[in-house]
Design a protein around this ligand. Structure first.
Ligand SMILES: Cc1cc2nc3c(=O)[nH]c(=O)nc-3n(C[C@H](O)[C@H](O)[C@H](O)COP(=O)(O)OP(=O)(O)OC[C@H]3O[C@@H](n4cnc5c(N)ncnc54)[C@H](O)[C@@H]3O)c2cc1C
Length: 349
């Protein structure tokens, strides 16, 4: 028997992208009209649920296309404000050192220099061997599993409801509620999800180690020709640090491999020798699939039938935490002035 949820706005997906959309809807006063439907919810783990596997920090090695630069730039001050908010214990400011063996684009460097707090180009002597550029700035580091759980409970306090359900297709999101608008935030499932089946979507596998290293507080990243190596401490995690990693396009396995773990251990130890101290312990090896999309994330409005508006918001790749807030603002703005404006005057059962 079909369940009826009675919500005029449905968000499909409870990864960081869907949670950010729900947050933006609540911020605009639509919380009590919003239902999040997701197969996996904060607190779950699955290879089909990327958000818990992220580092995560605001990284300077994100894309340099126009949207990526804008989403990063718009999200950064909001992330800093969250880090300064005592109600957000799983987002914190941190010093960040980023090195490249190949020069990033001019556009990227100019963009970073224009807004990142405490930005400075590092001296050659401060960079690892092989690096042609190193920069320092203040980043935010995030504890992804805890942050997503925390966001969910804050959203529930604002009237947003969450339902665990695997939807068979896009149209079913309208059938199960009185939805006028559906936000499609299904991450990597966009590749196969009926009604979407986006051939530009593909996974980019990342493997990491979770270490216990409470003395490490700064973030580090070194992009060489072969590898993306990074170190991200997780706030309020009892000393967990994420050591990465890999960027493997079109690889779909959630399995982990000892050669990769050894490589991560060696690379991160070289980048930050303090990680080789005796009191640093490896707690787990994990892998996740970044929901990539050719040409960058898809934030787009589509009317799939008369009066049935979908806003797609997926394909954040390796930037769902750092760019997701601005992506959500764009997504909600695509409907806010039209379909949503009357909802405040309509009661929801
Ligand atoms: C190793 C690694 C490191 C990373 N580091 C960073 C970092 O430092 N900074 C950063 O910004 N990002 C980082 N990322 C990327 C970030 O994790 C992703 O961009 C982000 O998690 C994508 O979120 P999402 O909500 O789009 O997808 P997901 O988290 O996968 O969520 C998708 C949601 O859709 C639901 N769904 C799918 N299909 C259906 C269906 N049929 N019915 C109902 N629900 C459905 C799922 O259940 C889930 O709730 C990293 C990722 C990895 C793997």
């Amino acid at each position: 028997m079909a369940e009826s949820f009675n919500a005029q706005i449905v968000v499909i997906g409870a990864g960081i992208v869907g949670l950010n959309v729900a947050w933006e809807l609540a911020r605009r006063g639509y919380g009590k009209h919003t239902l999040v439907i997701a197969e996996y919810l904060p607190g779950d783990t699955s290879i089909n649920y990327t958000s818990p596997w992220a580092g995560a920090d605001f990284s300077a090695v994100s894309g340099s296309d126009k949207n990526a630069l804008r989403w990063d730039r718009q999200s950064y001050p909001i992330l800093l404000a969250m880090a300064d908010d005592p109600q957000q214990p799983f987002v914190q400011r941190a010093p960040s050192y980023v090195y490249w063996d190949e020069m990033p684009s001019e556009k990227k460097i100019e963009s970073m220099a224009a807004y990142l707090e405490d930005y400075r180009v590092l001296e050659r002597s401060e960079c690892p061997e092989g690096a042609v550029l190193g920069v320092f700035f203040t980043t935010v580091k995030i504890n992804p599993p805890a942050h997503c759980r925390h966001l969910k409970s804050m959203l529930e306090q604002q009237g947003i409801r969450f339902v665990r359900k695997r939807l068979p297709d896009l149209a079913s999101a309208f059938q199960q509620s009185k939805a006028k608008v559906v936000f499609n935030c299904i991450g990597g499932a966009a590749e196969k999800f009926s009604g979407v089946q986006d051939t530009k979507s593909y996974p980019t596998r990342g493997a990491t180690l979770i270490a216990h290293a409470p003395k490490i507080t700064a973030c580090y990243s070194h992009r060489t020709r072969e590898h993306a190596t990074y170190i991200i401490p997780r706030p309020n995690s009892g000393g967990q640090v994420v050591l990465g990693g890999y960027q493997q396009a079109h690889i779909r396995t959630g399995d982990t491999f000892v050669e990769e773990s050894d490589s991560i251990r060696a690379r991160t130890g070289k980048l930050l020798p303090a990680l080789m101290d005796e009191d640093v312990h490896i707690m787990a090896a994990v892998a996740g699939l970044r929901p990539s999309h050719e040409g960058g994330a898809r934030v787009e409005r589509e009317e799939i039938a008369p009066g049935k508006v979908v806003v797609h918001n997926y394909g954040a790749g390796g930037t769902g935490y750092q760019a997701g807030i601005a992506m959500a603002r764009d997504a909600v703005a695509l409907v806010a002035d039209r379909e949503l404006k009357d909802l405040e005057y309509t009661s929801v059962l």
